[in-house]
Design a protein around this ligand. Structure first.
Ligand SMILES: C[S@@+](CC[C@H](N)C(=O)[O-])C[C@H]1O[C@@H](n2cnc3c(N)ncnc32)[C@H](O)[C@@H]1O
Ligand code: SF4
Length: 387
C-alpha cells in the first residue's frame, strides 16, 4: 500500500525592514523603497513556488507563513498574489481548522492601517512583534514604535484577523520578575490566543553583541534568565495558556501555530524567498533546500535555474538528529520509531539516565522532555545524539 504524500507548509521570506533592530540576525535589509527590486522579488517567489510544486506533486496545504524581515511592509496585493498562487498549486486543508495563513507584522501605525487589506488578501492569523509594552524597553530594543502604537495595532488586529499571536522579548538587562510579570499581564490584556515570549539572545555580529563586548550593558545571567523562564510558564499556565513548545504558549489546541508544528513535527515545507529553508520528502528521502541569501542572487537563481535553492539529501542519521532537536521542543515529543538511526530506544542507558535525572519523561512510544529538560535542551539533545 502506498503511503499518502505528507501534508505541506509554505514559508515565504520577505527580507525588508524599516529599521534593523540591534539584536536581530535574521536575513534582513533596510527597506529603501526599491519598488522595481521588490516587484522582481515577488515574481521570483511566484516562479519558485511553481517550480517547487513540480517537485512535491499534489499535497494538502496546511499553512502559509509570510515571515521576515517585515512582510507587513509588503504590498497587500503582492501578498494576495502569493497566497492565491499557493492555494491553487496545492490543496488547502478542509476541516481541523482549515488552512492557516500567517503574516508577521511590526506594530507601527502605517502597518496597522493596512491590516484590513491583508485580511482581504487571505491572511487569517497575525503574528505581531510587540516585543515589550513599555517605552523604555522598546527604546532599549531599538524599535521604531512605542507601546501605545503596539496597543493600537493589537486592538485593530483583534478585530480584523480571526487569530492573533504576540511576540515578546524578555531577560532584558536589569529586568526584574516584577517588571516581567507586569509585561506579561499587559500582553494578556491585549487578548491574544497565542504568545511567543523569547529570551533575549546575543547573536554574534549584531549591534547588541558588540555593545556587550564594549561593556555598554550586561546581559541577564543564567539564574535570572531561569527565574524569568519559570515565571513565564507559571503566569501563562495560570492564564489558561499551554506551553506546547519551549517559547510558545496557546490558549487551547486550536490556537497552536500550525505552521510551527510543521517544523517541530518533522512535516514537509517549501521555502521561498531569499535565504528561505525547506524540508521535502521526495522519493522517500528527506531533502533540505536552502535558497540564496542575497536578494539579487535569489532573483538571478530563479531566473537561471527555475528555482532559487540548492538541495541536499539528508543522511538517515542527520534526518533523525534533526527530528530529535525539533521533537524535544514540543510537549508531545518525538516517536522512538523516528530515532532508529540514532539507536535510541526506551531501554537505552542514556534515556534511562536522563529519565532518572528528571529531564525526560518515561514512556515507551515517544521521547519527551520535561519542563526542566526543556530548559537545557541543547545539552540534552547533544547527550542523546552522541550516545
Ligand atoms: C522574524 S522576527 C521579527 C518579526 C517582525 N519583523 C518584528 O520585528 O516584530 C521574529 C521574532 O523573533 C524574535 N527575535 C528576533 N531576534 C531575537 C533575539 N536576538 N533574541 C530574542 N528574540 C529575538 C522577536 O520576538 C521577533 O518578533
Ligand atoms: S526584529 Fe523584525 S524588524 Fe527588527 S530587524 Fe529583525 S526582522 Fe526586522
Amino acid at each position: 500500500m502506498t503511503r499518502p504524500a505528507p501534508a505541506l507548509g509554505v514559508y515565504v521570506h520577505w527580507p525588508y525592514c524599516a529599521r534593523i533592530c540591534p539584536y536581530c540576525d535574521f536575513n534582513v535589509v533596510r527597506d529603501r523603497g526599491k519598488v522595481a527590486e521588490q516587484a522582481a522579488l515577488v515574481r521570483a517567489i511566484l516562479d519558485d513556488l511553481r517550480a517547487q510544486r513540480a517537485l512535491t506533486g499534489p499535497r494538502t496545504l496546511v499553512s502559509i507563513f509570510l515571515g521576515g524581515g517585515t512582510p507587513s511592509l509588503m504590498d497587500p496585493a503582492a501578498a494576495a498574489e502569493i497566497i492565491t498562487l499557493a492555494r491553487s498549486l496545492w490543496t488547502p486543508r478542509i476541516g481541523s481548522g482549515g488552512l492557516e495563513v500567517t503574516l508577521e507584522a511590526n506594530p507601527t501605525d502605517a502597518e496597522t492601517d493596512r491590516f484590513a487589506a491583508f485580511a482581504q488578501a487571505g491572511v487569517t492569523r497575525l503574528s505581531l512583534g510587540v516585543q515589550a509594552l513599555d517605552d523604555a524597553s522598546l527604546a532599549f530594543l531599538g524599535r521604531n514604535h512605542d507601546a501605545a502604537a503596539a496597543r493600537r495595532a493589537a486592538a485593530v488586529a483583534g478585530k480584523v484577523f480571526p487569530r492573533l499571536s504576540l511576540d515578546l522579548i524578555y531577560a532584558l538587562p536589569g529586568q526584574t520578575e516584577a517588571d516581567w510579570s507586569e509585561a506579561l499581564a499587559a500582553a494578556l490584556d491585549l487578548g491574544p490566543e497565542h504568545l511567543s515570549p523569547y529570551q533575549l539572545t546575543l547573536e554574534p555580529g549584531t549591534a547588541f553583541d558588540r555593545a556587550v563586548r564594549r561593556g555598554r550593558f550586561q546581559p541577564a545571567d543564567e539564574i535570572r534568565s531561569e527565574a524569568l523562564f519559570n515565571l513565564t510558564q507559571a503566569v501563562l499556565e495560570g492564564a489558561g495558556f499551554d506551553a506546547y513548545e519551549v517559547s510558545n504558549h496557546a490558549r487551547g489546541e486550536t490556537a497552536r501555530s500550525r505552521h510551527n508544528l510543521v517544523y517541530w513535527q518533522g512535516e514537509d515545507y517549501v521555502g521561498a524567498g531569499p535565504g528561505a529553508h525547506g524540508r521535502l520528502t521526495l522519493d522517500g528521502r528527506r531533502t533540505a533546500t536552502a535558497a540564496a541569501r542575497g536578494i539579487g542572487d535569489y532573483i538571478a537563481a530563479v531566473g537561471t535555474d527555475g528555482n532559487g535553492f540548492a538541495a541536499e539529501i539528508l543522511a538517515p542519521r542527520e534526518a533523525a538528529e534533526e527530528r530529535l532537536l525539533m521533537g524535544l521542543r514540543i510537549d508531545q515529543g518525538v516517536a522512538f520509531a523516528e530515532l532508529e538511526p540514532l539507536g535510541l530506544t526506551p531501554a537505552s542507558p542514556v534515556v534511562a539516565d536522563l529519565v532518572a535525572q528528571g529531564l525526560l519523561t518515561p514512556g515507551n512510544d515517544r521521547l519527551r522532555a520535561t519542563r526542566s529538560g526543556r530548559l537545557v535542551l541543547d545539552w540534552l539533545t547533544g547527550k542523546l545524539a552522541v550516545s
